[in-house]
Ligand binder design. Structure first.
Ligand SMILES: C[S@@+](CC[C@H](N)C(=O)[O-])C[C@H]1O[C@@H](n2cnc3c(N)ncnc32)[C@H](O)[C@@H]1O
Length: 296
């Protein structure tokens, strides 16, 4: 199992079908694994990441692996892609959602319950506020909602009470310890996993970002271009599925014979989410991939 192989790389490349000279967008550059493969196939690259550290590392990697390649990298959330593209149409767009291993592995970023760090959780530490500031002022009802909706935490009420009583939280290990004190251990998963997921999602407005991207990015595709999205939990996958089905005409008004009254402008390429059970990257086991194509 290799964490450095980009997740579902073969599927992504087959779906993007990179055409030399075509313009491909990677909204979640990360370590630049997928982007490097796009450049290797002869594509021109425009990439974003909201993490300046990821941009710097990927710039170094792509410079070393693909010297002279046509790569435009922007420190920005992917919801800003339409403005960054400024009317250019993309032959393919990729979103590989979630956090990268350097974000999880560097304790100072505050994503980890394995090593101590500040309760931060921001993918972009230069914008917004750390999770600790939000936790300092949140009401119990709002914290319960976030833990339940974004973490799918069955013990949301108990966790919320314990967290509020433990404020100020000293760091990620203290946070994990407080949660572990009130949530029974369930198999191999750390009891704080769902709380950490919920705090990460709310701190980065991850679902709002995804919704804005799903609204605007299909319109940034050139005819025949594809939007490929890899997600890691059902909250994300459900949004991708519903939006793609809608754009492909699943809910369009139909005539008496069942034909859509207006021909849809998109089609589903992957009709079902593809799962990466046999992928060399262990993250792929919980990955779900969907793709949409803009019709000519
Ligand atoms: C799973 S990693 C991507 C890994 C990458 N595909 C590779 O091959 O190395 C996800 C990256 O997306 C970034 N990210 C997550 N949400 C984002 C958003 N809304 N806008 C821009 N970047 C985002 C994170 O900072 C992280 O670096």
């Amino acid at each position: 199992m290799d964490e450095h192989v980009p997740v579902l790389l073969d599927d992504v490349l087959a779906l993007l079908a990179v055409r030399p000279g075509g313009l491909y967008v990677d909204g979640t550059l990360g370590l630049g694994g997928h982007s490097s493969a796009i450049l290797a196939a002869g594509g021109r690259l425009l990439a974003t990441d909201r993490d300046a550290y990821a941009i710097a590392r990927a710039r170094e990697r792509l410079g070393a692996e693909r010297p002279g390649a046509d790569a435009e990298l922007h420190h920005a959330p992917f919801s800003r892609l339409p403005a960054i593209l400024g009317g250019r149409l993309a032959d393919g767009i990729l979103l590989d959602l979630g956090v990268s291993s350097p974000q999880l592995d560097r304790p100072e970023r505050g994503f980890s319950f394995r090593a101590d760090g500040p309760v931060d959780f921001r993918m972009d530490p230069s914008a917004g506020e750390p999770a600790s500031a939000w936790l300092d002022r949140v009401s119990e009802a709002e914290l319960v909602r976030v833990l339940f909706e974004f973490g799918e935490e069955r013990h949301a009420r108990r966790v919320a009470r314990a967290l509020l009583a433990a404020r100020p939280l000293r760091g990620t290990l203290h946070l994990a310890e407080v949660v572990a004190g009130v949530v029974p251990r369930d198999g191999r998963i750390h009891p704080a996993t769902r709380t950490f997921q919920a705090l990460r999602i709310v701190t980065n407005d991850e679902l709002g970002e995804l919704d804005r991207a799903l609204q605007s990015l299909p319109g940034c595709l050139a005819p025949g271009g594809r939007l490929v999205v890899i997600s890691f939990h059902s909250l994300e996958d459900r949004r991708v599925k519903d939006r793609f089905r809608d754009l492909a005409g699943a809910n369009a008004p139909r005539d008496l014979y069942g034909h859509p009254l207006v021909a849809p402008a998109y089609r589903l390429v992957e009709r079902r989410a593809r799962k990466g059970e046999s992928d060399p990257n262990p993250r792929a086991r919980s990955a779900r991939l969907r793709a949409l194509e803009r019709l000519p």
